[in-house]
Design a protein around this ligand. Sequence first.
Ligand SMILES: [Ca+2]
Length: 360
Amino acid sequence: MKLGLFLFLIGIYGLILNRKNLILMIISIELILLAVIESTSINNLSFIFPLNSLENYSTDLRSVNPWFITGLTDGDGSFSFSIIKRPTKKVGFTVLSTFCITAGANSKNYKMIILVQEFFGEIGRIAKNEGVYQYTVQNFANCIVIRNHFIQYPLLTYKLVYFSMWCNLMQLMEADAHLTLEGLKKIVSIKAASKNGLNSILLGFPSDTVAIERPDYNPVLSNMNYNWLAKFLNSDGSFGLNLLKNKNFKLGFTVIASIRIYQDKISLVVLESIISMLGNGRLVKPSKGRTVFCLTISDIKSIFSFILIMDKHRLYGAKYLDYMDFRNGVAIIQTDGHLTSDGLEEIKAIIRNMNSFRKF
Ligand SMILES: [Ca+2]
């Protein structure tokens, strides 16, 4: 029986039997409270770490490595700013800087997003929008906390360029430039060079706006490490087990395991660096008209060595569960279990419940 349930039952029992003895009643109530605390803390842990979790995964939810945050942001984060019409302001506009991390809306990712918020000292807010969790920081003082992190643990993908433009903007705002027309012009010039450019309200303002030249993209790739990679995989990686019809196998099927990381060609150097860090993987060029490259690891030996590395570096949220399923599938392949009908059924059951098929 779980400790929490045991304490709870003793507490209830004590409360019923000792209705006339105040001290015993207080002890019983405390037992019930203890039971509640005990069971919620167990739930919190099992939220992220299922029973089959690896022994060497840390269970300390607060031990978030700073590179995890950078890796996650390189995958699914953004730095942006809005120039909003505000007739009450002297210059007619106000400027808002925004940092945002997104993750698919499911219970596992919610826990992960909470960890990110805790990491930054509880700043910012979490909202659910169209099936996605958004962790957003907008307050200027809080954006400085964000900036400090990414100066210390710099981004590796092309987002580094957007971040550096975001820092330019923050610098201008620190000098109150956004309160003067001259300063606002500079801010609009940065905005014009940003990923999304100017919206229709700003297109005509001021008429002589020239987009700044974007800063060069010079990532310090020697900073790349497995903590960063684990979180980058969390966002832009995928673990796949695929059944493939093949008459050469007795059961008519074989199973292909593969790890993939997708990235636009603008950040291609990052994929190349991952390949040299791992000593594994090959690049698949985008199909015609597309710009997204795919780093693929699909030979079983490379997958084994990848798993040996990633077992020491934690993934979070739903992707952690996908990783564990993938790992279980690979373990079956490792012993040729997929060539037996039982093993193949086991792998089919894993596939039916992983990645986009997972139910929360
Ligand atoms: Ca991404």
